[in-house]
Design a protein around this ligand. Structure first.
Ligand code: AMP
Length: 280
């Protein structure tokens, strides 16, 4: 497995891989790799001849009072996991390499990124689209694999790729969950045992919503009320939003049409911001 830190080296290597006819599949990550990331690597291996995993904690997608400084960084562990999983290249640039002094160009999607997480994190998706386009330019992927857990990110990146004619196919992998139902996430390491017990209420609430739809409920208001009620029973959990949206346009729905919508939840478990969603 190759480990590349330099942006120029990554780009020239990717260009030569492509010119020799290799299909490149990229999995962009911020590291602290867990089973969710590894499941995306497996998808990337099916889609491409060469799998590149980027590990970069992107400062431009964190707000000033968010957890950029304390975000978990475990490079040695991550490299070991990538090696075991058969990754070909890990691209691990420094912040200076990606955003050197004087950096001033950003890519902003202006519709799908406005609601849900965009309300409380106004610069988040601008940081995501900017770093993704840079990573795409440096690694030249035929395919890039993202996780449905970050559903709005999937929709925004897909829209950016379509709007800017980026020649990369975006593939979405399903959300990987722990045995208790909780979506795996790098931020789960912040949770104490008691916080985790309460945080599991998020995936429980999603299950309640899915069961309501499966039993015939179509009123979004009723489903949102039930989910919000379930979360409110847990004193460490504070809801940021509970919304039913179209999974491509991120437009809010009033009535459930099974198969094309997601119920998305963001909530604080004390100081830890968690998101999750379920297909209805
Ligand atoms: P992150 O390192 O949190 O930026 O995530 C990198 C990629 O892994 C993103 O495409 C996420 O959506 C995806 N991801 C994170 N958690 C999960 C999960 N539990 N299941 C599947 N994909 C995930």
């Amino acid at each position: 497995m190759q480990i590349i830190h330099s942006a120029n080296e990554m780009q020239s290597h990717a260009i030569s891989l492509r010119s020799s006819g290799r299909l490149i599949a990229l999995v962009p990550t911020m590291g602290c790799l867990h089973e969710g990331h590894l499941s995306l690597i497996d998808i990337a291996k099916e889609k491409g001849d060469k799998v590149i995993v980027s590990i970069f904690v992107n400062p431009t997608q964190f707000g000033p009072s968010e957890d950029y400084d304390k975000y978990p960084r475990e490079l040695e562990n991550d490299l070991e996991k990538c090696r075991e999983r058969g990754v070909d290249i890990v691209f691990n640039p420094t912040v200076d390499e990606m955003f050197p002094q004087g950096y001033s160009t950003y890519v902003k999607e202006e519709q799908l990124s406005a609601g849900l997480c965009g309300v409380s994190r106004p610069y988040h998706f601008r940081g995501v689209t900017t770093v993704c386009l840079k990573l795409f330019n440096l690694t030249r992927p035929d395919v890039a694999v993202f996780g449905r857990k970050d559903a709005q990110q999937c929709a925004v990146v897909k829209k950016m790729v379509a709007d800017l004619n980026v020649p990369t196919e975006i593939v979405i992998g399903p959300t990987l969950r722990d045995a208790d139902g909780m979506a795996t996430s790098s931020r789960n390491v912040y949770l104490s045992d008691s916080q985790r017990v309460e945080a599991v209420s998020i995936s429980q609430a999603l299950k309640i919503a899915k069961d309501m739809v499966d039993s015939g409920t179509r009123s979004v208001d009723r489903i949102v009320a039930e989910v919000t009620h379930h979360l409110s029973l847990h004193r460490r959990i504070r809801v940021i939003y509970v919304s039913v949206v179209d999974r491509d346009s991120m437009e809010l729905a009033r009535t459930v049409e099974p198969g094309r919508q997601l119920l998305c939840v963001a909530a604080w478990a004390d100081q830890t911001r968690l998101i999750d969603n379920v297909e209805l």
